[in-house]
Design a protein around this ligand. Structure first.
Ligand code: SF4
Ligand code: SF4
Length: 146
């Protein structure tokens, strides 16, 4: 009896599956042929954090105050900065973040007093080892401009 019951249940499950496939055949396509075709990203998309570049200075506005480092619940930010002159403010020389442990909570973006942090629209970060996810945003920004 169990044998025939399994056959009936298996057949019914197959019919149910084919019904779902049949319905999908006549619906508009919702996928794209990535990577040949790409969708426009939503403005609300949160990629990893990166520096904003301000047009008036041509660089970021990080003053190495350490606020983002302190508020980060994942403890993944390490920032260092120097003063150009004794009386000037600091400017960041290194801003190292471990993207592999960042939860994209946004606390660093919200707490930055100079509004120099933003979410990127990057969604294709890949690496051969977890250390590829540890990035110095200052070096990265300089490399992207050279
Ligand atoms: S988004 Fe959140 S977890 Fe990621 S670096 Fe900023 S504060 Fe830390
Ligand atoms: S809070 Fe803003 S200004 Fe302060 S260290 Fe972080 S990124 Fe730089």
């Amino acid at each position: 009896m169990g044998y025939w019951k399994d056959i009936v249940l298996g057949g019914w499950s197959l019919i149910e599956g084919m019904k779902v496939t049949g319905r999908a055949l006549f619906k508009p396509v919702v996928t794209v042929q990535y990577p040949r075709k790409r969708l426009e990203m939503s403005p609300a998309y949160r990629g990893h954090i990166e520096f904003k570049i301000f047009p008036e200075t041509g660089t970021h506005g990080c003053i190495a105050c350490g606020t983002c480092q302190r508020v980060c619940p994942s403890n993944v930010i390490k920032v260092q900065g120097v003063k150009a002159h004794a009386r000037s403010g600091k400017i960041a020389t290194h801003y190292v973040i471990d993207f592999t442990r960042c939860s994209l909570c946004g606390l660093c973006v919200e707490s930055c007093p100079t509004q120099t942090l933003k979410f990127s629209t990057e969604f294709e970060l890949a690496g051969d080892s977890r250390w590829d996810g540890v990035v110095d945003l200052v070096l990265r920004m300089e490399e992207s401009r050279s």
